[in-house]
Ligand binder design. Structure first.
Ligand code: AMP
Length: 566
């Protein structure tokens, strides 16, 4: 892969993007930047969101703008207000060391007068949603007869949102000797038609497979009875205490309903949909972007402008009818080199939709079991312990309360004290998931679940038992080159294993913790997955080695397994 400098970018731009943390071009940038700097030929870029496509078209445009002219030289069309603002912000960052290049964002739902005032001052680049751009053209406030660059960003989304006619009008009124760039995650027939009608012999650049989902996204589904959908959702949230994700619903009403229930049940969640005012939406988006909100319950349209790179999960509370929409949803995780999980909660009748998405999008769904009470309690407990270990103590603030605290707690022995503190928060999970039933649709106990979890009694089967070694079934035994000398105790070891496995449904059996190494058991059907999960794993900067073994704890590990500790 080329460096940015080799692609022909100016030093001022390279300095600016270095400050943004761009070291190497992403694949779409690698292919696009040199093309756009060297050629006037139109371009179609097949790229998902999160692949760095804004810089792919933005950096060459910034470089080719003439700051001395007052003409609008570039028009970027994109589907949402949020994306407009994001692109504008990015363009301003790319050009911060260049002579002033002015960029204006124009979108619906905001005062048109302010936007007209901005345009009157003369702007080099306009970034806008099609409806508002057309409105401004019709009012003669935006002249696009001098534009040299026209970008259609997230073209498929613009079509999905019903902007086809507006696009046709804008494209046919722009100057014909322009360079047109079209970016889209998918290439449905309608996009090919736009390319045919308004582009001139475009070069086609693809950053990955056509119509393919992001590679580092795993696609999981849970099969539950329709009435247990919400309960399954809660379990997904509970077994992933650090979840940071979007829950997609089909309608505004369902979005609000799910969000309301989650809030009432004590989750850090909120709703985002079109029935909210712009101010309310901005507030929710801001809280979500800054990480103050863990779960955003949203409709597809409302979630479109969200540009967050580190989402851990996407949850399809309901599957969309259109496979392309599924891809857009799942493409919101697994961005900027991170991995992510897209979960779909489905019932039996929806299985055909999964097959359709698989065929159309060339992805594979893996069925997962809805986590049981045991898994959830365990993950919550480990998370709680981690939080206690990592919490910072504000000695100055706490000092004046200490005499009272010591007076109250001083006589309680250490073990009891630890147990009491942990129980304070953990008890509600224990209580809630005590006798929690199996929600999986093919499970015998399903059907009684709703009653039990609503707290109306019922006959759930799964009782909370802290140790799993008694579970029936076949387990394989693994050696791992980490032990108590690495500061691990049993819960920490189980957490370490679970974190690497990522698959919460895999049963971890007995763990034998020794000084320099340990052994653990995993359901035999997951041998390969376990070995793969640890293939490049590290712990405290040291490579982890995990092997299948039949050795007992008192036996030494294989001779070759000696590792230097730091
Ligand atoms: P985009 O697909 O344009 O929405 O970009 C996704 C994210 O990747 C944005 O947060 C960018 O700031 C970031 N990004 C884009 N290009 C690079 C790069 N070359 N190196 C590191 N991060 C990048």
């Amino acid at each position: 892969m080329k460096e940015f400098r080799e692609a022909g970018l100016r030093e001022e731009i390279i300095d600016a993007i270095s400050e943004m943390g761009f070291v190497k071009p992403t694949p779409i940038q690698d292919k696009t930047i040199s093309h756009l700097l060297a050629s006037d030929r139109d371009l179609i870029g097949l790229a998902q969101t999160g692949t760095g496509k804004t810089a792919a078209f933005g950096l060459p445009i910034i470089q080719r703008i003439d700051p001395k002219s007052r003409d609008t030289q570039a028009l970027v069309l994109c589907p949402t207000r949020e994306l407009c603002m994001q692109i504008t912000k990015d363009f301003n960052s790319y050009s911060k060391y260049l002579p002033k290049i002015s960029v204006a964002a124009v979108y619906g739902g905001a005062s048109i007068d302010n936007q007209i005032r901005a345009l009157k001052k003369g702007v080099h680049i306009v970034v806008g949603t099609p409806g508002r751009v057309l409105d401004l053209i019709n009012r003669h406030c935006l002249m696009i007869d001098a534009i040299s660059f026209l970008v259609l960003d997230e073209a498929d989304e613009m079509l999905n949102m019903g902007f086809k006619e507006d696009l046709d009008t804008i494209l046919s009124s722009a100057k014909s000797e322009r360079q047109t760039m079209l970016f889209s995650a998918t290439m449905p027939r309608e996009i090919a038609q736009i390319a045919k009608n308004y582009m001139n012999d475009p070069e086609e650049i693809s950053a990955g497979q056509k119509n393919a989902g992001a590679e580092n996204v795993q696609h999981h589904y849970y099969l539950v009875h329709a009435r247990d959908r919400y309960l399954a959702l809660k379990r997904i949230a509970d077994v992933n205490p650090d979840i940071y994700g979007i829950i997609f619903c089909r309608t505004r009403e369902e979005t609000q309903e799910v969000a309301d229930k989650l809030i009432a049940d004590g989750y850090n969640a909120d709703a985002l949909h079109g029935n909210l005012s712009q101010a309310q939406r901005d507030l929710v988006m801001n809280r979500f972007r800054t990480g103050h909100l863990q779960l955003l319950v949203a409709t597809d349209v409302a979630a479109r402008g969200i540009d967050v790179n580190n989402l851990s999960h996407i949850i399809n509370y309901n599957l969309p009818d259109d496979p392309d929409i599924y891809l857009h949803r799942s493409g919101r995780t697994g961005r900027a080199g991170r991995s992510g999980i897209s979960i779909s909660v489905v019932h039996m009748k929806e299985k055909s939709k999964l097959r359709m998405i698989e065929q159309r999008s060339k992805i594979r769904f893996e069925q997962k079991k809805v986590p049981g009470g045991i898994n959830i309690c365990e993950m919550q407990l480990f998370n709680l312990v981690d939080r206690v270990v990592n919490v910072e103590v504000n000695k100055v603030q706490i000092e004046r309360f200490l005499p009272y605290i010591y007076d109250k707690l001083g006589d309680i022995d250490r073990d009891t004290l630890i147990q009491k503190f942990i129980s304070l928060e953990f008890n509600r999970f224990l209580e809630y998931y005590k006798d929690a039933p199996d929600l999986n649709q093919n499970a015998q106990t399903a059907g009684k679940s709703t009653e039990r979890e609503k707290g109306r009694g019922g006959s759930g089967r799964e009782s909370f038992i802290p140790a799993r070694s008694g579970k029936q079934g076949s387990f394989s035994r693994f050696f791992i080159n980490a032990g108590s000398r690495d500061g691990l105790d049993k819960p920490a070891m189980i957490k370490l294993i679970a974190t690497h496995l990522r698959n919460r449904d895999i049963e971890i059996g007995k763990v034998d913790l020794l000084k320099n190494f340990s052994f653990f058991e995993i359901e035999s059907s997951h041998d390969r997955e376990t070995l793969k999960a640890f293939s490049d794993a590290e712990f405290k900067g040291r490579p982890l080695n995990v092997e299948l073994t039949d050795k007992k704890p008192f036996e030494k590990p294989p001779e070759k397994k000696k590792f230097k500790r730091k």
